[in-house]
Design a binder for this molecule. Sequence first.
Ligand code: COA
Length: 691
Amino acid sequence: MTTVTQQTIDRVLVATINHAPVNALNQAARQGLKDALEAFENDRSLVALVVTGSERFFSAGADITEFTRPAQPPSIASLIETIEQCDRPVIAAISGRALGGGLELALGCHLRVGTASSRYALPESKLGLLPAVGGTQRLPRLIGPVEALKAICSGEEIPAKRALELGLIDQIAQGELIPAAVALGKSSQTVPSRANAPITLSAQEREAFDQEAARLLKRHRGQEAIDACVQAVRAAVDGPLEVGLALERELFAKLQEGAQSQAMRHVFFAERRVGKLPASTQADFEPAATVAIVGGGMMGRGIAMSLLDAGLNVTLIDVDETAAGKAVQGVAGQYQRAIDKGTLTEEEKTARMQRLTTAVDIAAVAPADVVIEAVFESMAVKKDIFQQLGRHARPGAVLASNTSTLDLNEIAAASGRPADVVGMHFFSPAHIMRLVEVIRGEKTSLSTLAQALDLTRRMKKIGVVVGVCDGFVGNRMIGKRSQQVDRLLLDGALPRPIDDALTRFGFPMGPLAVNDMAGLDVAQNVRQSRGQVFPVADAICALGRYGQKTQAGYYRYEPGSRKPVDDPEITALIEKVSEQQGVQRRELSEEEILDRTLLPVINEGFRLLEEGMACHADDIDVTLIHGYGWPRSTGGPMFYAEQMGLKTLCAKMEKLAAELGDPAFEPAHLLRALADEGLSVHALSRRDLPA
Ligand code: COA
């Protein structure tokens, strides 16, 4: 089929983009649209042109895969210019999503009509870019600069009803889309587009815009794309369209070549590459319809919600009626909050709650296609549950454990059917966090693994396949940072400079504020079980300072507040511990703090690849970004390493290893080998799945 088809309905030419899967505007699509515009220009019997897409996608925008190649004409901008010169109306008829360049094309049309379920977004900032085909200029002119700035900087989708209220679209089609668009085309005269009119703001509106801009710049500090979006929208407020369009193009070109955008585009594709079994893999499974969850605590409830959202039937099993009832209330309460926020309807809540049942007897797992255990992290408890699951679950059902630290092989053995057992390590809160480490045990069958990955995908989560080792991929890597943080405190740093260094790097919170939030006793229990000693952390715990819950940890907290306040008592305590350990404290630079907290984490990533516990560098990048707040704008730890240069990384580590006498800085064999050969870690082919 040609990429853009043309059809005449009632003297209106309808040009339909057909470029599966998402109608990205690649060269063929742009050429097809140009041809349609020429056909329209040349046939004076036509009264209007309607541009439309598929049911799911008007268009997802520019073809991102073309970004690394020289641009081929015609450009989207030139199509919009041609549309603007038309003396008869050009109507965008939008079903599904209009994103990025797709929405910009629609904004360049004279009028827009959408279906009730259509959605609109300029998501370029998520790729470290800005909308570069007039989006930063026309959207503010259509919906006002404050709303436009919010939409452009968040990249979030705007549903049809809101788009109509804002003036982004002119009409929601009552009935079928194309007849509505044809009717609109026939009834409209031409039509200077509102999207090109100058913006005039009152002093008050101007102040509201400045405030919003300042808020966004603060929130996304260090993100070049957000700076650029703000500058471009400001140009729309301050001056004529052509000047704004020129600035937009200039800013885009700079961003596109910059490290942040390259990193964010890498993440976009990495997110889509992970969690896929090789095409050659023969894995038979029936997509699950019913899932039983053992354990109705926070984790079990979050998992239940993700499954209900994905349309599955869920049985929540807990020890007694009270616990099970509480779990259901918890789920209902979360849905109610979503209704209050306007992100869920009453009907959707009812439909989901109708698919949720409870039980107090583990035998209720019998009809389930998948059972997910989400109980307390104790080997004895989990083994007992898996023994019972082995008896009660139907043959062929997948038995998943939500362990975050335990040996999956031991749990699997207890079931008596280890081929059916897989780990699904969800992150809290499970209905929000997208990452799931899908743990392949020694005996996990391919169909079990495929079922777990399919379920993860259906929950709109990102499944990363990992092997069985202490801490799996994420916790094992981030654990290296915890060790270094304690040592930095001992050597001369204080909590605030460490947290500030890492938040400036891009983590949403510093590691010590995170520890205070999670509870210092939790980490201490884990350390004790492993025989690890962290002198500073142990001394803080010895005072009963367990973090926010005791209003004191690395920081102090005012009653009812979660804001960490520097505490002179902690400074004194840390200095005392250094003295007791015979460490001469010294000033530590931000660079040293970053190197000592980040490089061992990265090094562990290379070790995981070397051991086959992770299949590819992409998997590690995605895991740390989605599970641990590693900044997306750096592309993840392995991509950050590549951008630094593996040789430079090795040299830095060797220097630190010599200075500190710490083996954590000895470069992993794989890192050294790649650095010596001048090879890229991302270019290594995806390994066989870890087992
Ligand atoms: N250009 C090129 N390829 C694109 C694309 C784009 N703009 N948007 C999506 N794709 C590809 C994906 O890489 C994926 O390819 P694969 O099947 O080979 O892995 C395929 O289209 C389907 O995308 P996927 O994300 O798996 O489907 P989805 O239905 O979950 O989500 C989108 C669809 C469009 C919402 C999502 O892909 C997206 O956000 N795309 C980026 C949109 C964007 O930023 N546009 C502006 C570009 S500057």
